[in-house]
Ligand binder design. Structure first.
Ligand SMILES: NC(=O)c1ccc[n+]([C@@H]2O[C@H](COP(=O)([O-])OP(=O)(O)OC[C@H]3O[C@@H](n4cnc5c(N)ncnc54)[C@H](OP(=O)(O)O)[C@@H]3O)[C@@H](O)[C@H]2O)c1
Length: 295
């Protein structure tokens, strides 16, 4: 895989101190970790999510520990007007938006032939249309201020399909497509677009994912991931490095990079492996459906 680091960047080697960073999905998990990594750099922060209490907790912790100015803006990013309003309010409050981290996201489990399309539309609103609206508003503000960085948090499954996660995968493929185009389009505006592709990370993501598997809906809120994953703090620190370097696309672990390499360069082998993963995951949900009917 080629090294995608660009040699020169406005922020490279320089400090992020005082930069205004908007982080969506900052109430927990990867978003909270990215917010803390940016706080350590001395950024002024605007944190967004729906859970007001958890958002306030993160904000209070960051102010206590790092002394940063932190504004919380309760936002449902899947609502276009709220997504646009978030950026507007951030710019009004701090006079700039230098960094936008589109991190908020939700998963959906279900086979492609069974997914309820209303569920899928909701996930697209949160994972794709919300980030698009925030990105459009942020570009407007960044242009006025001479540049900035947009970070879109995708996933390794934005690079290859995830069995029983095809709907989620599709949202991340879409985000990647828009990010790549925007990176080229916005170069003349001195705006970097950085795609972060984490693999399995130890957060509440699976518990909050929608279940669109007939007979298994009642398992909503339980953990369904295939393992534990890495600490979100690692994603947070790596994201800050990527912002400073203006990187195009970032993997967090060598294992993630190797998986994506295999998917791209050995597609037949990868497809064969996916068939086994499909069987395993299908059995997981079928077993869950059976468990509940016997209770
Ligand atoms: N965990 C993984 O294994 C993994 C791997 C690759 C990529 N990712 C990606 O990383 C990002 C963060 O996920 P995570 O693992 O940290 O999951 P998480 O613990 O479930 O956190 C998701 C965050 O998004 C927010 N969010 C969800 N729906 C929202 C909405 N409609 N409006 C505003 N905020 C919303 C949540 O806050 P509220 O509920 O308070 O709104 C929360 O802060 C996602 O984009 C995910 O796709 C995760």
């Amino acid at each position: 895989m080629t090294d995608n680091r660009r040699p020169a960047h406005r922020l490279e080697g320089s400090s992020l101190k005082g930069k205004v960073a908007v982080v969506t999905g900052a109430s927990r998990g990867i978003g909270a970790a990215i917010a803390e990594a940016l706080a350590e750099e001395g950024c002024r922060l605007v944190l967004a999510a729906r859970s007001v209490d958890r958002l306030e907790e993160v904000a209070a912790y960051l102010t206590r520990r790092h002394g940063n100015a932190v504004l919380t803006i309760p936002t449902d990013i899947g609502d276009e007007s709220q997504a646009r309003n978030l950026i507007e309010r951030a710019a009004d409050q701090f006079g700039a938006v230098d960094i936008l981290v589109n991190n908020a996201g939700v998963g959906i489990y279900g086979a492609v032939d069974e997914l309820r399309l209303d569920d899928l539309r909701h996930v697209f609103e949160v994972n794709f249309f919300g980030p698009m609206a925030a990105m459009q508003e942020a570009v407007r503000v960044m242009r006025q201020n001479g540049g900035g960085t947009i970070v879109n948090v995708s996933s390794i499954v934005g690079k290859f399909p995830q069995p029983l996660g095809g709907g989620y995968t599709a949202t991340k493929f879409a985000l990647q497509g828009a990010s790549g185009a925007a990176r080229a389009e916005l170069k003349r505006d001195n705006i970097d677009v950085v795609l972060i592709c984490p693999g399995l990370t130890d957060t509440e993501f699976s518990e909050h994912s929608r279940i669109s598997v007939p007979g298994a809906e009642h398992r909503q809120g339980e953990r369904h991931s295939l393992g534990q994953g890495i600490e979100p703090e690692r994603v947070g620190r790596r994201t800050v490095t990527a912002i400073k370097r203006g990187e195009r696309e970032v993997y967090i672990t060598l294992f993630d990079r190797a998986l994506v390499w295999t998917a791209v360069h050995l597609p037949a082998l990868f497809h064969w492996a996916l068939i086994y993963v499909t069987r395993y995951r299908r059995r997981l949900f079928e077993a869950e459906a059976e468990d509940s009917s016997s209770q």
